[in-house]
Design a protein around this ligand. Structure first.
Ligand code: SF4
Length: 291
C-alpha cells in the first residue's frame, strides 16, 4: 500500500488545501489529545507504531509522486513521537525527500523537530505547530501526553531563528474552554517568528465527543445544544452554528492582523476570511531545495 497518498480528507468539499500529499511515518499517535479525530478511523489509534518497511515504501512512492506538490507530514499522527528520538524514521524520510527535491510541510506538537533543523534547511519546508492553549493545567487535560505549549513555542523560536519558516495551527477552538486565550497565543507565536495562522473550530465525531464529555462535562453540557440542536452534521462531524464559527474566526483574523500575521480558517466554509496565500501555510515553504 502507498505511504505517500493524495491528501483528501474524507473528500470534504470544505477543504481548501492546495493539491498535496499526506504522509504519516507512524501509525497512531501517543499524544492522546481529547479532541483527536483519528480514533474514528485508526484501530488502536493512541498506540503509536512505526510503519512496516517504511523506508523501502517511501523510496518506491517517491518514484511516482509529482514533486511540484508538497508532502504534508503528518495529519493522522505526529511525525515526532517520543520513539522518533531513537528510531529516526522521520529524519530518514526527510533525507530521502531532500535528495529528491521534495517540498515538505511538517505538522507537529513536538519540539523534537528542532533536532532536524539541518535537514529542514536543506529542504523546501515549513513547520506548523499546533498550540491550543498556553495554560499548562488546560493543555494537560486537552493534550495529555503532548509536549507542553511552552516547549512548542521555544521550538518555534529556534526554528524561525534558524530561518525555517513556521506557522501556527490554532486548532481546535472550543468555545468556553480555550477561546479566551486566542489573543495571548497569537501574540506569543508572533513574537517567536510565526507568519501565518490556520484555525478551526472543534468538529467532534461521536467517539471524540464521548471523550470530551468525560473530561470536560460542564463545557460539554453547555455546548450540547449548540452542536446538536442549532449546529449541523457534516461528513460525520458536528459543526457549531455558522454565526458562532464566524464570530470566532473573525476574532482570530483580527488578532492575526494586529500582529502582522496572515490567517485562514480550516474547513469552515468561510474562505472569505482568508488573508494568507494558502490556507495551510504551505505558501511559506522556501524554495531552497526544489528542483
Ligand atoms: S497530536 Fe494530532 S494526531 Fe496526535 S493525538 Fe493529538 S490530535 Fe491526534
Amino acid at each position: 500500500m502507498d505511504v505517500i497518498r493524495e491528501f483528501d480528507p474524507w473528500g470534504d468539499p470544505l477543504c481548501t488545501c492546495p493539491k498535496k500529499y499526506g504522509f504519516n511515518p507512524y501509525t497512531g499517535c501517543p499524544h492522546r489529545c481529547i479532541y483527536c479525530y483519528i480514533t474514528s478511523y485508526i484501530p488502536r489509534a493512541f498506540e503509536c507504531r512505526a510503519k512496516k518497511n517504511l523506508i523501502i515504501r517511501v523510496e518506491r512512492d517517491l518514484k511516482r509522486v509529482d514533486k511540484r506538490r508538497i508532502i504534508s507530514m503528518s495529519n493522522s499522527s505526529d511525525p515526532y513521537p517520543p520513539m522518533e528520538a531513537k528510531l529516526k524514521l522521520t529524519r530518514a524520510c526527510l533525507e530521502l525527500f531532500s535528495r529528491e527535491g521534495c517540498r515538505v510541510q511538517v505538522v507537529t506538537k513536538s519540539d523534537l523537530v528542532t533536532r532536524d533543523i539541518d535537514m529542514l534547511l536543506q529542504l523546501s519546508s515549513v513547520v506548523s505547530f499546533t498550540i491550543t492553549t498556553l495554560k499548562r493545567n488546560l493543555s494537560r487535560k486537552l493534550e495529555p501526553l503532548a509536549p507542553p505549549p511552552k516547549r512548542r513555542l521555544k521550538a518555534m523560536q529556534k526554528l524561525s531563528s534558524a530561518d525555517v519558516p513556521v506557522s501556527l495551527r490554532l486548532d481546535p477552538i472550543i468555545p468556553g474552554l480555550n477561546d479566551a486565550g486566542i489573543d495571548r497565543i497569537i501574540e506569543a507565536v508572533a513574537s517567536v517568528g510565526a507568519k501565518h495562522v490556520t484555525s478551526s473550530t472543534f468538529k467532534p465525531r461521536p467517539d471524540g465527543w464521548h471523550r470530551f464529555q468525560r473530561v470536560f462535562p460542564e463545557t460539554a453540557t453547555k455546548l450540547t445544544p449548540l452542536y446538536f440542536e442549532q449546529g449541523k452534521r457534516h461528513h460525520n462531524s458536528w459543526y457549531l452554528p455558522r454565526e458562532v464559527r464566524l464570530e470566532l474566526m473573525k476574532r482570530i483574523r483580527e488578532a492575526c492582523a494586529a500582529h502582522g500575521l496572515t490567517f485562514a480558517p480550516c474547513r469552515e466554509g468561510l474562505q472569505e476570511l482568508t488573508t494568507g496565500a494558502s490556507c495551510d501555510g504551505s505558501h511559506l515553504i522556501s524554495r531552497k531545495g526544489s528542483s
